[in-house]
Design a protein around this ligand. Structure first.
Ligand code: NAD
Length: 492
């Protein structure tokens, strides 16, 4: 193996000019690399290879060549490989967490949480791999027998974002391998090192060559994405990212009619009813809104607080936000890190200024923090939000909480459902009748009731409306990588 692959235990050695194709570390044919910057300091932390379509084609060919042998392994054999990869992730969790913090900026404690969450998808799907069952179906014709089997769909193209550099990729590779597929995963341009480190562990786990290929690109992202979505060899594309890019990839995939799973943007409503447990609701809002500095797709984006509890909630919530310790992810005691880059800072600032100009009142934060670095923004709380403000209809993807006041259940459900997207929704109430009424009324794929945290490898993750389709994790996750074959015998 090349000596300059990403080392798992030394962030000073992040310079690499190789990605992982066909079980080997290879350079881009052009020899080009791209720069990766620490979101906290803005400083250069390393380089990764700039793959183009020609380089990516080699990865697709390798995945195609490996497919038949991998498909015909037993579920138990594939399970053991995934389990080995899981064990290596657990053994190396500290180092994976350091890499995540280094390139994504999130505090080390959060990065450790992500490393464990990422590994849990390999554990979960190693357990699912041997339990793929078909049906025996009573036929309509005497003497006829009908059965179904589930087969892997084929070579899969996987595209993931930077906000969870490890977990987004394992959430796709785990079920793909469990089903018997082979993959070409494009690592996120902002955070390539974590995925390359996972490739190193795949190699050590003995995953057969060509089964897992990890390519990297920044400037050539669209070119690589176009190949993955148009190649007739690739049978399935799974994408996590923005709704806009999802629409483009869907269009590109249409001439070859690929199977698709899209986990796209959200604009989660977070509703607190007058009868809620105030402390629990505040804790839930803190967890849901400010985790990863507001950069998770399931982050609360619009906080709707019922009139009777609004002032008390705003006060208690802002007090908690004031206590955050913002800083670099490696600094002891830091609870919240930077956002990913300057474009993200601009959007956060634009949403705050827009809300202010339309009558919103910043009661906490509201400013950039250049003294800490280029990408820091004060965790912010705004009261007096209205539906005309940008934050009401667009995902902020940053540390800004806007509090909307509402009066009735009907009113809040109507506003919550007015979004074009529907990924996650949350509400807090002690009324059991209301719990099921609201959970059923919200147009989202996932509902958190009296909790601000909803992610679990055992639970189906995904959205409705323009948040996409398909489910990751859970017993449903593997189906995204399978096709059902019906076999009928005799009876004529
Ligand atoms: P993005 O869509 O710009 O990028 C996501 C990934 O797609 C990146 O790796 C990027 O390199 C790649 N990409 C961009 N353009 C591409 C193209 N033309 N072809 C192929 N690949 C391309 O999103 P972002 O702004 O970097 O990430 C944040 C967005 O992702 C938010 O909208 C968020 O809600 C969404 N997200 C969704 C989930 C989910 O599970 N639903 C999870 C995390 C993030």
């Amino acid at each position: 193996m090349s000596h300059n692959v990403p080392k798992l235990n030394d962030p000073s050695l992040l310079k690499t000019d190789v990605a992982y194709v066909n079980g080997a570390w290879v350079k881009a044919k052009s020899g080009k690399t791209f720069e990766v910057h620490d979101p906290s300091s803005g400083k250069l932390i390393g380089t990764a290879p700039e793959f183009d379509a020609e380089d990516t084609q080699k990865a697709i060919d390798a995945a195609a060549a490996a497919f038949l042998a991998f498909k015909t392994k037993t579920g138990r054999e594939r399970s053991k490989l995934l389990r080995k990869w899981y064990d290596l992730m657990v053994e190396n969790a500290e180092d994976i967490a350091k890499l995540i913090t280094w390139e994504n900026g999130k505090p080390l404690a959060d990065a450790k949480g992500e490393a464990a969450y990422a590994a849990s998808f390999f554990e979960w799907f190693s357990e699912e791999a041997p339990r793929v069952y078909g049906d025996t179906i009573p036929a309509s014709v005497p003497g006829n027998r009908v059965v179904t089997i589930k087969e892997p769909v084929g070579v899969c193209g996987l595209i993931t974002p930077w906000n969870f550099p490890a977990a987004m990729i394992t959430r796709k590779i785990g079920p793909a391998l469990a089903a018997g597929c082979t993959v070409v995963a494009k690592s996120p341009g902002e955070t390539p090192f974590t995925s390359l480190a996972l490739a190193e562990l795949a190699h050590r786990a003995g995953i057969p060559k060509g089964v897992v290929n990890i390519v990297s690109a920044l400037k050539n992202t669209a070119e690589v994405g176009e190949l993955l979505t148009t190649s007739p060899i690739v049978k399935k594309v799974s994408f996590t990212g923005s709704t806009g890019v999802g629409k483009l990839l869907m269009k590109q995939s249409s001439p070859t009619l690929k199977k698709l799973s899209f986990e796209l943007g959200g604009n989660a409503p977070f509703i607190v009813f007058d009868d809620a447990d105030l402390d629990l609701a505040v804790a839930g809002a803190i967890a849901s809104k400010f985790r990863s500095s507001g950069q998770t797709c399931v982050c609360a984006n619009r906080l709707f607080i019922q009139a009777g509890i609004y002032d008390k909630f705003a006060q208690a919530f802002a007090a908690k936000v004031k206590d955050f310790k913002v800083g670099g992810g490696y600094t002891e005691g830091v609870t919240h890190g930077p956002v990913i880059h300057e474009r993200a800072i601009s959007k956060v600032e634009a949403h705050v200024r827009d809300a202010e100009s339309k009558g919103g009142k910043v009661i906490q934060g509201g400013q950039k923090m250049p003294e800490l670095g280029p990408n820091f923004f004060q965790p912010t709380v705004i009261t007096g939000m209205t539906t005309e403000m940008a934050l009401a209809s667009e995902e902020t993807f940053g540390p800004v909480a806007g509090l909307f006041k509402f009066s009735t259940e009907e009113e809040v459900v109507k506003i919550a459902n007015s979004a074009e997207v529907g990924l996650a929704g949350y509400f807090f109430s002690k009324d059991i009748q209301r719990v099921f009424r609201i959970a059923e009324a919200l147009e989202v794929g996932m509902v958190g009731v009296n909790t601000g945290l909803i992610s679990d490898a055992a639970a189906p993750f995904g959205g409705v409306k323009e948040s996409g389709f398909g489910r990751e994790g859970s017993k449903y996750g593997i189906a995204e990588y399978q096709v059902i074959k019906m076999i009928t015998y005799g009876g004529m």
